[in-house]
Write a protein that binds this ligand. Sequence first.
Ligand code: ASP
Ligand code: MG
Length: 408
Amino acid sequence: MAIIVQKFGGSSVADAECVKNVARLAIAEHEKGKQVVVVVSAMGKTTDNLLNLARQITDVPDPREIDMLISTGEQISIAMLAIAIQSMGVPARSFTGPQVGIITDNAHRKAKIVRINDEKIRRELNKGEIVIVAGFQGTTLDNEVTTLGRGGSDTTAIALAAVLEAEVCDIYTDVDGVYTADPRIVPNARKLKRITYDEMLELASLGAKVLHSRSVEIGKNYNVPIHVRSSFDNIPGTMVVKEIKEMEDIVVSGVAYNRNEAKISLLGVPDKPGVAASLFGTLGERNIVVDMIIQNVGADELNDITFTVSKDDLDEALIVAEAAAKELGAKNVVHDRSIAKVSVVGVGMKSHSGVAATMFRALAKNKINIGMISTSEIKISCVIKETDVDRAVQAIHKEFELAEIQHE
Ligand code: ASP
Ligand code: MG
């Protein structure tokens, strides 16, 4: 029997009515004869509320205890959904991540799934039940509860779809697909029918909030068909797939932005081997992801090293940077919270030139200053002032004529 995995985000299960709606969507697939696994996030803003609760006590709570705290959010929604499905006369059962054998490493608050023991889920499915699994959480081999990082329920769902060899992983959310840009900023943004894993991966890590980037990585590695769609409108969304032939002609698929960026500079760092290794080594040990890095070669054998991290990691990264600055004999550490990143993404960039120039022109016309630039095979990112984000996204979307291009 074909297995399908459905994932519902916090807004899709925000209250009891929403939960009933989700129950009906799960039952509809069950009635088509599918074996259904449903992964849910915490109801509405539950996770934020729980984090705020801890913050009322301290700014530096123990990550292990935070995982104990925030993993409760998903436990509420799985039970609510099981109650709803059962009340509609269909057998269902809810499980926490640890109960169904989602094994992670022990990096609290950003754990990675290392293995899933799927026997229990398969056993339950074979009884004819709808299986409901709490997103975002797992357990270490030592039975410690972990969470997978904000938005991690997507990762739970796509990893389950991979091990269960599901025919599709439906990601139900409050938007009806992936757009050429955030429609709240660019009203004439277009919905894409399809997008490649690589592009989606870039978009996700660039801050398009549609999918958790680790989830796309897993989808890509295991070739899981992912359907991003709305839980409120029954219309086709966007399929995330391996490759799209006709898209070779399309240079840019979308524009993304991320306001959650901050910048740290170490000024006057002595120019000698090992400096970067020591600084970025320590950041890595602390699980702080560094995005862009720039080194300016200054006079007198002194360099400036600037890098970006997410705003959430800024405080911790600053502690590391200050310590490194002292050890390396750097002159000063400065930081800036008010930056953001805009990016263009497209597999077509591999075979087209002038893409960077078009992007820079769009920013220049609008007098938006570029602080840092980074590129990959299929994306170009610029660091700009946070207050320039909306104008930048609109200008770039227009310059590449993304509202007009039509493709299958
Ligand atoms: N509830 C978690 C969060 O808000 C996980 C998720 O929504 O995917 O980050
Ligand atoms: Mg969420």
